[in-house]
Ligand binder design. Sequence first.
Ligand SMILES: [Zn+2]
Length: 687
Amino acid sequence: MHMELSEGIAEQKRGGLLQHTSKRVRMIFSVMASPNRIDILRILNSKGPLTYSELKSLAGFKSKKESGKFAYHLRKLLRQSLVALNKSERRYTITNLGKLVLSLARQIEERSIIESGKMYVRTSHESIEEFNSHKIIQSLVREGSLPLELAQKITEEVENRIYKYQTTYLTGSLIREMVNSVLLEHGHEEYRNKLARLGLPVYDVQDMLTNVDNVDNGAEGLLFKTGQKVFAEHLLTNTLPKDVADSHLSGDLHITNPGIWSLLPDTVFVNVKELIEDGIDIGGKYLEVSRIQTSKEIDGLASSLSMMISLISKEASQEVVMDGLVLLLSKYSKNGSELIHKIANAFASSSIASKFTKTPTQISFRISLGSDTKIVDAIINAYKEYVRITPIPKIGLIIDHEKGKLSDLSQTLAEIITLGGKISFSRGIVSSKGVTNQVTKSSGSLSINLQSISINLPRLALLMKPAISAMALRKKDISDLTRRGLNPVLAKNTQYMQRSTVSLVLNLVGLQEAVFNILGYENNKEGREILYKVIETAVDVASKKGKELGEEVRICLTESDGSLRFATLDGEKYGKNSLVKTVEGELYSEGITIKASEIFQLSPKSEQISECNKLAKMLNGGLLVTLVLNKEAKIDDVKQAIEKTAQLTPTFRPLKEVSLCGECGYKDEKLDEKCPKCKSPYIIRNS
Ligand SMILES: [Zn+2]
């Protein structure tokens, strides 16, 4: 009896609660019954908070007549606490309950598609939708520009197949595959190419994740590598003319790093003084600092310098040559040793992480000898300090000795080279890879070289025209993207495109091999005459074809990763003996190499030197001359070799293998088997 009573009371209580709950739930379900109200919730969820009139127009109640209808729906939502009004701001927001209702509505919708046995599709934007053939027609017309009638015909066939195959897990990409195969079957290859998906096979992605130790730079490097594949594929299948893409694939042309080809220039020449003193508005894109300010204080200047190095290194794939450092620092000549320390710190603290190619982008400061010796001294000593504390330096110096004496500094420079510093020598404005900047004769404003297309010389004749038109296309792509903000530091100088300071430089790879090994000429006077003829022709054709396109096109001989690829492809075709043997394998020669051990037997009249200088004069885009220093060379040997070479041929880059400890980064010319500092046996040899 007692039991019955208490149970009865509990029952009554439960019933009351249930009644109350179900009433609320019923009310809420009735709110959900109207698609208009669900729409309002959806809009507030994605765009809110909104004012009354914003919400009304976004929800599609445009005319005056509909005002009452909208007010009615909104009132219902407010009454059930699905929407709230912030009285002070007069804005409407969705409540947590509203969000719950919205998510429930979505789940019901998805589930009902599934339960109904209808086809549903997992889309690439992470949602699940009912299969709708109109969407296929739509994207065929929009993405592939198919005529409507054809789009309908193809879609119908795809739809039939989907039902026939009874695919259990329908995804957007699967439908795309079917569409493309139907297009191919009907002979619409061009449409298929427009609709293709760019990306990686599952296997490749898994492979990358398995071999993460092959990737530099952690997750960022992994993302970068993946992204590059998409852009490379896009370049070769959708952007470049077919004949050019084929020339690249068959090894007639080499497009360096197709993944960034349309995004970044290769070599940029800038004036660091202008960049820093004008201040750079980087629109808050990179750092919390949205404007690098000029500072009268040496500390401010040093941090601006370091930041500028970091920023601009992201906007070129090979090298940024900076002028104007001496002038920028001239105000601080009184600071003495503090100046040296601050510059060294600025170099060391800049973060050049950008590694668009196998080697990171190099930042080179061009230092003209012959003026302001105090500042020049300070910079060189600061650089030495930087090289000493940096295991593998990414900053380099280009010593322009056109107007000054090299012998005053050659001792310090030799020490720097021995420590693994990146020093090169020049007369005039040249990159460390020998590429010249002919556009701005003065060291004034910004100019850009696009040079990463190389021509496989043994197959020269037919290639100039497609190569040049590919470069012109690239210039357009890079200018467009830069103008639209992809490279903010360069974009600030948007007018450079109109001032035509972007020059196109074609690199000839395998020149000697073409003439001597494949064409079969002896390496004698007659053979070399042929070599000059080839260059003359190339320069000539380049300037003529360039004029037709309204571009300045020049010819150079420099380093490129095309050398290895060409050599591999041609080795199969012409035999291995057509190539030069190097330590790393078989390559085509790149530019001219001079051995330091032979330099003292040479004079300006020697054949090797006069040939080299003649080539340098003919190549209007520049010539890379590498001075190969002996591994064991002492500072004094290096000093004498660079002094002597500078007299023979003014523009060259010394190359010396430097040993450093792989554990602690300690560097010493005597470092051989074991690091004296940390006792590590892990010694890296770097050149
Ligand atoms: Zn060590």
